[in-house]
Write a protein that binds this ligand. Structure first.
Ligand code: ZN
Ligand code: ZN
Length: 756
């Protein structure tokens, strides 16, 4: 081989003509030549030293190359350029800046070609201070007249997020090229500044330049980020018509825009285009498609996209879990998640967080809490997004100990000051009956947002502290936070707890006028409930008739349950008729109507409604309560014969019943009638679930220990009276949270003042 010959015969200066253009075959070979050159003293030859440096950088031997540079007496600027170019190619930007400083110190600088490389290095590590100095140096040295240098400095400012300076530099370039345009466009698109993006795009076309892919993508992303989805889609079409082929990034932006608008048909067309262009295995595009179909409730297609990808890629798996969760398909999401686990997909914090959030939003609270533990056992650390997903599950089933554990975890991880973590702690403590802890958390938050204020206002409302709730609202306004739709739901429900009709009307009438919050279905439902619960049924019905949209089941449901309380048959029949259409499968509505008939002794109608229910095949909603004992959440079902402690519970229940009769507190038949809503006759005999849970708590906790029970339906009058009695005879503080509010039972009294 030539090289071998060369080494072997390298004994005289005869080889100089060869060495000037020596070829090298490896780093080791270069070192051999280097040794030879040192021996022969040829390093002083600039050409030879440059060649040697080139060889070293070819094999990424930057140390050796730099040593040569240090050892030559007068290194040329081209030697510097060779090394900096190579360092930049391998993203060793710190070294580039270091070398450039050395070059200036040694006054070797004599050409401008090195400046774009240095500017790129500044951009690569966001060294804005160095970048500014470079900009100054370029101006002083006269290099700034060079258009390539100008463009590179503009690029550098864009990458460092200094868009206005970049724009100034850009404006000084006499004939900017499309690459510089695209850099600026992409920079503005990232910040969502679509107005400037549009302007630049126009300027580009005026100059007769053809926009490149980066420009098109910038324009689409810009429109998308500023919520101008239709325009984003139009630009995508325009781009296609003008023959520019989209890449993954264009597809992701346009699919996201389509997803937001839920334009399923357009989405399907773009999906075909994705297939045609061969992007069906691009993980970003696949995730975007899954999300798009998920938002349009197109479950089969979203699964199909996932399957066609042909592998369990973590990003698209996570997207599918979220999309399934969005469509309430929690069992499918759980199945996919365990498949991911079985197939050894490296689950990250996003995967765990999405499945936990999926469970806690879809009524699988116990599963959410178990997954949270499993996640930590798997060595994945929960973050500031995970905690706000798991805390609602603790709140939903009043798993106070688990909630406290998550709180401690947040303190240890230093994320407790995160505004979302803090807000969810406020909410969790309130829902677990600890309104004091809830307010302590609230005041400890260093920054608060509307969600935090809503959490505390909602907490006070739930606990019947309506004055506090209204006070907090004033404080929120005084602190410069704007109320939103949820704030008003909390306020109206605070009024609802105490029957404050006038205050309720005041908020309802001013929400739009003062803060631009349009009353939605939920606000109307609150008002209807507020009016009808204090017996103003006709007024509630007029409000329903005035509603600017079709009332939903919540609105009619609020009216119907009050019709039962006030035995208003006429309005009850109207509401029930609407409800049978809106939610034909909800057994509660049939039961309430039959109860109204029963209260009027219209037994034939009672039988008719019950017959209707049987014909449709409806069973009553099973009552269900939860109680946390020793860090474990127990669920009790009405009429649950399989429960291991049921015999004991029933025995204790009998005992207490006898005591109650002795005390002259006979449960009224009317109560039983009123609440057959949610329970069967058989279930009534066995006791409602909240009664069972309270007795279960009495049996399994030491005397004097407070009990905390959650119920999935409203508490009935019979149970309410029974629990009041237990709180006095057993000397226990008992908290029951039903779907509506909290009941604090103490010394035979309830905090709701028997108004619920
Ligand atoms: Zn009951
Ligand atoms: Zn009560």
């Amino acid at each position: 081989m030539a090289s071998k010959l060369f080494i072997q015969s390298s004994k005289s200066t005869l080889i100089i003509p060869n060495i000037r253009n020596f070829p090298t075959y490896s780093a080791a070979h270069t070192r051999q030549i280097h040794a030879h050159i040192l021996k022969t003293g040829l390093l002083i030859d600039n050409f030879i030293s440059s060649n040697l440096i080139s060889s070293y950088v070819n094999y990424r031997c930057f140390n050796e190359a730099t040593i040569i540079l240090d050892n030559i007496v007068k290194p040329s600027s081209s030697s510097y350029r060779i090394i900096t170019n190579a360092l930049s190619k391998y993203n060793l930007y710190h070294n580039v800046l270091h070398l450039f400083s050395k070059m200036l110190r040694e006054a070797v600088f004599d050409d401008c070609f090195i400046l774009p490389v240095v500017a790129k290095a500044c951009a690569g590590i966001s060294a804005i201070k160095f970048g500014r100095q470079l900009h100054g140096f370029a101006q002083v040295s006269g290099c700034f007249l060079d258009q390539v240098v100008q463009s590179s400095i503009a690029h550098m400012y864009v990458k460092c997020g200094q868009l206005s300076v970049a724009h100034k530099v850009f404006d000084g370039i006499p004939e900017p090229d499309v690459v510089t345009f695209s850099a600026l466009i992409a920079g503005y698109a990232r910040t969502g500044n679509v107005g400037i993006v549009e302007g630049l795009f126009c300027d580009l076309e005026k100059l007769g330049l053809e926009p490149n892919l980066v420009c098109w993508n910038g324009l689409i992303a810009g429109f998308n980020q500023s919520g101008r989805y239709i325009e984003a889609i139009h630009v995508f079409l325009d781009m296609h018509l003008r023959g520019c082929q989209p890449d993954g990034s264009s597809f992701c932006s346009v699919i996201a825009a389509i997803a937001d608008l839920q334009l399923l048909n357009v989405g399907i067309q773009v999906h075909s285009y994705v297939i045609k262009m061969g992007f069906t295995t691009n993980k970003w595009v696949v995730s975007a498609l899954i999300d798009m179909y998920g938002r349009s409730a197109c479950v089969s297609r979203m699964k199909q996209v996932f399957e066609e990808m042909g592998c369990m890629e973590i990003g698209s798996c996570n997207a599918l879990v979220s999309a399934l969760a969005r469509n309430g398909l929690v069992n499918d999401a759980l199945a996919l998640f365990s498949q991911m686990k079985n197939e050894g997909v490296d689950l990250n914090v996003v995967s765990w967080t999405s499945i936990i959030s999926c469970c806690s939003q879809n009524g699988k609270d116990i599963e959410a809490l178990e997954l949270f533990i499993e996640m930590q056992l798997a060595g994945v650390k929960p973050n500031a997004v995970t905690i706000p997903c798991v805390l609602p599950a603790c709140g939903n089933i009043a798993a106070l100990m688990r909630g406290k554990a998550a709180h401690c975890f947040s303190i240890r991880r230093g994320i407790v000051n995160n505004v979302f973590v803090g807000s969810s702690l406020v909410d969790m403590y309130a829902k677990c009956g600890k309104i004091r802890d809830s307010s302590l958390c609230f005041y400890a938050m260093p920054t608060k947002n509307t969600v935090s204020w809503n959490a505390i206002i909602g907490g006070y409302a739930m606990h019947g502290h309506y004055k506090k709730a209204l006070e907090m609202f004033d404080l929120m306004i005084a602190n410069g936070h704007r109320p939103n739709s949820v704030t008003y739901i909390c306020l109206l429900s605070a009024c609802n707890q105490k029957g404050l009709v006038d205050v309720g009307w005041r908020y309802f009438n001013s929400m739009h006028k003062e803060y631009g919050v349009e009353p939605k279905m939920e606000h109307y439902a609150c008002m209807v409930s507020l009016l009808s619960r204090i017996g103003k049924l006709e007024e509630a019905y007029s409000l329903i008739k005035e509603m600017p949209f079709e009332p939903d089941a919540c609105v009619w449901g609020a009216l119907l349950s009050s019709c039962r309380v006030y035995k208003n048959l006429q309005l009850g029949e109207i509401a029930a008729k609407r409800l049978f259409k809106l939610e034909p499968k909800n057994p509660g509505n049939y039961v309430i109507l039959s109860n109204i008939y029963a209260s009027k002794n219209m037994w034939a109608d009672v039988d008719r409604v019950r017959g209707l229910m049987k014909k449709i095949g409806l069973k009553k909603n099973p009552g269900c309560s939860w109680i946390e004992i020793k860090n474990k959440v127990h669920m009790l079902l009405a009429g649950d014969k399989a429960h291991p402690q049921m015999a004991q519970i029933l025995e204790k229940l009998d005992e207490l019943g006898i005591e109650m009769k002795k005390a002259g507190l006979d449960p009224k038949i009317d109560y039983v009638l009123q609440d057959v809503e949610e329970q069967d006759k058989e279930q009534i005999l066995c006791g409602h679930s909240e009664k069972l849970a309270v007795v279960f708590g009495l049996l399994n906790t030491p005397a004097g220990f407070p009990l905390r029970v959650i119920k999935n339906l409203r508490i009935c009058g019979d149970c309410h009276a029974f629990i009041k009695f237990i709180s006095s005879i057993e000397g226990r503080e008992i908290l029951v949270r039903d779907t509506n509010r909290f009941h604090h039972f103490e010394d035979g009294e309830c905090s709701c003042g028997d108004h619920w």
